[in-house]
Design a protein around this ligand. Sequence first.
Ligand SMILES: Nc1nc2c(ncn2[C@@H]2O[C@H](COP(=O)(O)OP(=O)(O)OP(=O)(O)O)[C@@H](O)[C@H]2O)c(=O)[nH]1
Ligand SMILES: [Mg+2]
Length: 370
Amino acid sequence: MKSIGILGVGQAGGNIAEIASALNFPTALINTNQRDGVVNTRVEKKFFVPGYNGAGQDRSLGLRALQENYKEIIDFVNSSFKNIKLLLVAFSTDGGTGSGMSPMLIDLLIDQLPGIKVGAIAIIPERNVLAGNRINTAECIEELSNIEGISSVFLVDNDQMRKQKPQSSKHEIYLSANLQAIESINHLLKITKKSSFFGNFDETDLMNILGSRGVTIISSAPITDAKNTSEVSKKVQVSWENSIFCPVESQGVIRAGLIYEGPENISKLINVPSIFERVGEPLQLFEGTYITESDPTITTVLAGLSFPTRRMLSVEESIEKNKERLQNLVKKENTQNYESGIRWASNLKLMKQNSKPVSITTKLNKYQKK
Ligand SMILES: Nc1nc2c(ncn2[C@@H]2O[C@H](COP(=O)(O)OP(=O)(O)OP(=O)(O)O)[C@@H](O)[C@H]2O)c(=O)[nH]1
Ligand SMILES: [Mg+2]
């Protein structure tokens, strides 16, 4: 059984857990909406928060669903994952359920799952999403970044998939993004099961890296046509720009892994200082070399990175730019009314008032011939 478990929260999280199940990861899912969760048929362990019907992009509802049910939810997670070393909680940052619930859930699980590290797979939405989603993402990322004991945070960037497939439907973007993210984690796990004469990258190495607090990326670079050291380094650096995760923006990798798979002669072109020149030398590097006859590939894991300020700015800047318009929209929601121009006409429909009964003597007198 694999040593990394995937817990999906909300719809996107459930979809990631679904793919992870297909690749034999231990999985479970939590949702506030049963109808979303039941479609993820490969995930066997499911918890639906009673009394909810989705969170409707409202993070505070997602959070409340956890606050009211945290005991049951912690028990559910505890009983769903056995013999794992790392639990990754997967969710989208721009919806209500996953985004609202996951930061606090991770914070709780860090203390409630003895011996298990807890990290995140958090989805950053495409550039074209609307204000409400952007606000959710900014809030969620801020909360995640404030969790003290958290391990690796993988930021799955739907925009990175859009760059690869500009013409695809949303649905295709989501599925491919989920698949690439889970496959890259799966690839690392598979490497830890191989043995090598030249240096193993084992599970302890991987857990050391993934236990780092901060943002983590995984990328693979085919280096088939690289002719020299600097071309190899360049290809690895380009792979950091083009993975499914938010591209590396700044220096400061804390722990890293570097795995070579391919023919022996090409492995000579690997020069560690030149590869890490752009991001700075990590505190610790864990290497693995696997000589095969397949196309040469370098897989890197960079952990302990800072949250990507520039990418987050692209989420936030349209909110800042439209500050007044958005504030006016909300003001309008609370104050708007309609004034009819024909209020006077309502009188036309008033029923004739019942006249007061007149005494019989009065009526008798009225017809009394004078
Ligand atoms: N990569 C990826 N992104 C997804 C997927 N499904 C939804 N998204 C993203 O997540 C956002 C919607 O969030 P959901 O996961 O549906 O929200 P939720 O957590 O279920 O919360 P509520 O529906 O508001 O209760 C979309 O705007 C997309 O950015 C998916 O399967 N993969
Ligand atoms: Mg949903």
